[in-house]
Design a protein around this ligand. Structure first.
Ligand SMILES: [Zn+2]
Length: 249
């Protein structure tokens, strides 16, 4: 593995090959911290919202609840048994006893149980929220639909001319109360690896953390593209040429 790093020497910028892997690679708690900082910069986990979980050889790592996600440390992670999805078992708690297990835990476990996921990401992206407003203006349930967008190729089994349909479930006062409706939406839409929550955000998963991250980025791009197309009054589909508003159900 070789990456390039930009260095500044005497005002001159030069690229240097990095032959050492990132510190977080192979260290899942450190990787979760890295990803949370990236997702914070994208606006996905601001205001302590959102969350992330990755399955490793030792079990399932989950970031704690209600904390500044961009300031997490590896010692803040919970580790749960990967073979105890029905009755969760905490194998290791954070060093700080005040940290609480994420409210997203049962929702993450939906993806581990039903899809054998390797990682699950929960974003409070404003584009996901606006996409639910557009396609489920009364609060859901409903479905986000897009087609004819190149970034669809980043989704499992999708091509750029396919139709992508992402289920939208209604929000609830507590995150854990979404568990059953998310599980039902996943069963009804086996071809997609995401569930939108009306006025709230989106859950995205993948076989690996890399696939989960790629799909989370591609879904967010698609949500933004469709919301912006609607705002500009542009057709949502290149094939149909139908006005954006008329495609919204
Ligand atoms: Zn949330």
């Amino acid at each position: 593995m070789c990456r390039l790093r930009l260095l500044y020497h005497g005002g001159q910028r030069r690229a240097e090959a990095l032959t050492q892997p990132r510190a977080s690679e192979g260290n899942i708690p450190a990787l979760i911290c890295d990803l949370c900082r990236q997702f914070y910069d994208l606006g996905w986990v601001s205001g302590t919202g959102g969350g992330i979980s990755i399955r490793g050889p030792e079990g399932i790592y989950i970031a704690p609840s209600g904390v500044q996600k961009e300031r997490l440390a590896p010692a803040d992670m919970f580790l749960l048994a990967a073979d105890q999805l029905e009755n969760p078992v905490i194998l290791q708690r954070p060093q700080d006893p005040k940290l609480r297990l994420s409210e997203c835990r049962p929702l993450f476990f939906n993806a581990y149980r039903q899809r054998n996921a390797g990682a699950v990401m929960h974003s409070h992206s404003v584009w996901a929220v606006l996409a639910t407003r557009l396609f489920a203006p009364t609060g859901g349930p409903g479905a986000f639909v897009c087609r004819d967008l190149e970034m669809q190729k980043g989704l499992r089994g999708k091509g750029c001319f396919d139709t992508v349909t992402v289920p939208i479930i209604a929000n609830t006062p507590r995150e854990a109360q979404l568990t059953e409706s998310m599980a039902q939406a996943m069963s009804a839409h086996p071809d997609v690896d995401a569930v939108l929550v009306a006025g709230h955000g989106v859950y995205v998963w993948g076989e690996t953390w890399q696939q989960a991250k790629t799909q989370a980025e591609c879904y967010d791009y698609l949500f933004r593209a469709v919301v912006e197309a609607h705002r500009l009054g542009l057709p949502m589909s290149a094939h149909t040429g139908t006005e954006a508003r008329r495609n919204v159900s």
